[in-house]
Design a protein around this ligand. Structure first.
Ligand code: ALA
Length: 502
């Protein structure tokens, strides 16, 4: 096996030419794209992780964590902007890597995206379960707690006894539901997405608008709690709390709240004016969400003491504390709807990434087999659903979130590197959207993502077997079946340009 073959690339000029002849209808405007971004962004991060990160790591300074994570995403977003305007294909990061850095990087990117989309789907399902359980409790319906949390997670029963979790059934069922929808082909239409986005944003604005009147400024003091090297959380694990370390760790957790902003780039072939509007969609949705997140976290930590927020539905805790029952219902229903749509988009994205990879020959053909009646990649969807469902049922949200964040941060680092690499290697390429300060921005993006990656170092250990498995699959299967390798660079255009891809 020659190294050259590992780094075989799809020609960029071919991709650009093919993009000009895309078959999909170009109907999405900049506003639709911003809405698409917000649809995929606002979810478990703000509805759940804000609370855990404030309680366990940063206190009220979680607001600064959001700023830091948002800044890291902003650098990556600009890099995504440049690449997506240059290569408006639906395969997004996987295709960018294939076109610029070569096949092995494309594989690594695909493998990282499995964390960003598939495992993120499981994470959001766990968050969904938290809100459903809280909502059902309002209706006096109680599911035995050991069936609503991850396997082995300690949980307290109504009579005060402590037991271990068995399986998170609601989270598993949420994935079963989304998988079934995806198999029969309920695809998010722009209108449906717009409705959910409006509901979600209204609920968030309602929380901010009403919550602000219930803020007790004493809850913000001290804003940056003193550093404590060892503090125990609900699961009995010890970790550092407070100070700048807490803010940094908090940022690496609430980073999850931003995951998905680049999903806009996957709609490149359906945008009216992709070269202008995709960067607007990516950067615009990120900007809107950053402002909302900062306001929500300020209000949340102002209504109740941050230490009470370490639970599966922290926004619900604050709303319950306000004591307006109608608001509690509205917020919980809004969160449940919002989380459902995020799950659907993430799982949809995952199946399309696998579909594209299978078309490229890097995964078995079954992953690109389309159902004769439903016209969906059903085997692929069932496999993704089965894995995501079991993972959602067995794993605590904190571990899932850390894995997703680590995978996504690594993917963002590769994206920033790709921009820098192409600037040096292919300076002549047309760049309809250019990152400001093209040498500095990607480097800052890599540095900020690196900083957040460093504070997730413990999760790195979990990633090692994951990557070993990934490389085994690539070297045993992918590299021998790669279409690019078999057919050379003259491969048919559907490889990168498949309309259904991702
Ligand atoms: N950013 C998305 C969420 O918070 C994935 O659920």
């Amino acid at each position: 096996m020659s190294l050259k073959r590992l780094f075989a690339k799809k020609p960029i000029a071919l991709i650009q030419a093919e993009s000009a002849q895309g078959e999909l209808k170009r109907s999405l405007t900049a506003t639709n794209l911003i809405s698409l971004g917000i649809g995929c962004i606002i979810g478990a991060g703000i509805f759940v992780m804000t609370g855990t990160a404030a309680a366990q790591y940063a206190g009220p300074a979680i607001v600064l964590s959001f700023l830091l994570a948002g800044l890291s995403c902003a650098f990556a977003a600009m890099c995504y902007g440049e690449l997506s305007a240059m290569l408006p294909v639906s395969g997004s990061a996987y295709s960018y890597a294939y076109a610029s850095l070569g096949e092995i990087f494309a594989w690594v990117m695909g493998w990282l995206l499995l964390l960003e989309y598939g495992i993120a789907g499981s994470t959001v399902a766990v968050a969904w379960s938290g809100y459903v359980v809280s909502f059902l409790a309002n209706l006096h319906i109680v599911i035995p707690p050991q069936w609503t949390v991850a396997t082995n997670l300690p949980v307290t029963l109504a009579d005060g006894t402590m037991v271990k979790g068995i399986f998170n059934v609601p989270a598993f069922l949420a994935i079963v539901g989304v998988t079934s929808l995806l198999v029969v082909g309920v695809k998010e239409s722009a209108n449906f997405n717009n409705v959910i986005v409006v509901v979600k944003v209204l609920v968030v604005l309602l929380f901010i608008g009403i919550g602000v009147f219930y803020v007790n400024p004493a809850n913000w003091h001290p804003f940056i709690p003193d550093y404590v090297p060892e503090m125990k959380n609900a699961a009995g694990e010890t970790h550092a709390f407070g100070g700048w370390t807490g803010i940094l760790h908090g940022a690496s957790i609430v980073f999850f709240a931003y995951v998905g902003f680049e999903a806009v780039s996957t709609a490149a072939q359906e945008a009216k004016n992709p070269q202008r509007d995709i960067p607007i969609g990516i950067i615009g949705s990120l900007g809107v969400c950053t402002v909302l997140y900062i306001l929500v976290s300020l209000v949340l930590t102002g209504i109740v003491k941050y230490s009470t927020l370490d639970n599966p539905a922290p926004i619900a805790t604050a709303v319950d504390a306000i004591g307006l029952p109608w608001l509690a219902y509205v917020v919980k229903i809004g969160a449940i709807c919002g989380l459902s749509s995020v799950m659907l988009v993430l799982m949809y994205g995952q199946t399309r990434i696998f579909y594209t990879m299978a078309k490229d020959g890097l995964l078995p053909r079954a992953f690109s087999t389309v159902h004769s009646r439903f016209k969906t990649p059903w085997i692929n969807t069932l496999v993704v659903g089965a894995v995501s469902g079991v993972v959602a049922g067995m794993t605590p949200i904190d571990d899932l979130g850390d894995l997703v964040n680590l995978g996504t941060l690594m993917a963002f680092t590769i994206i920033c590197f790709t921009v820098l690499y192409l600037r040096i290697k292919e300076p002549q390429l047309a760049r309809p959207f250019q990152v400001p300060y093209p040498k500095v921005t990607p480097l800052l993006g890599m540095a900020f993502c690196g900083l957040l990656i460093a504070s997730l170092w413990k999760t790195f250990i979990m990633l090692i077997p994951y990557f070993v498995l990934g490389f085994i699959i690539y070297f045993v299967y992918g590299q021998h079946n790669s279409r690019l390798r078999k057919e050379g660079t003259a491969i048919a255009k559907d490889v990168l340009m498949s309309p259904a891809a991702h």
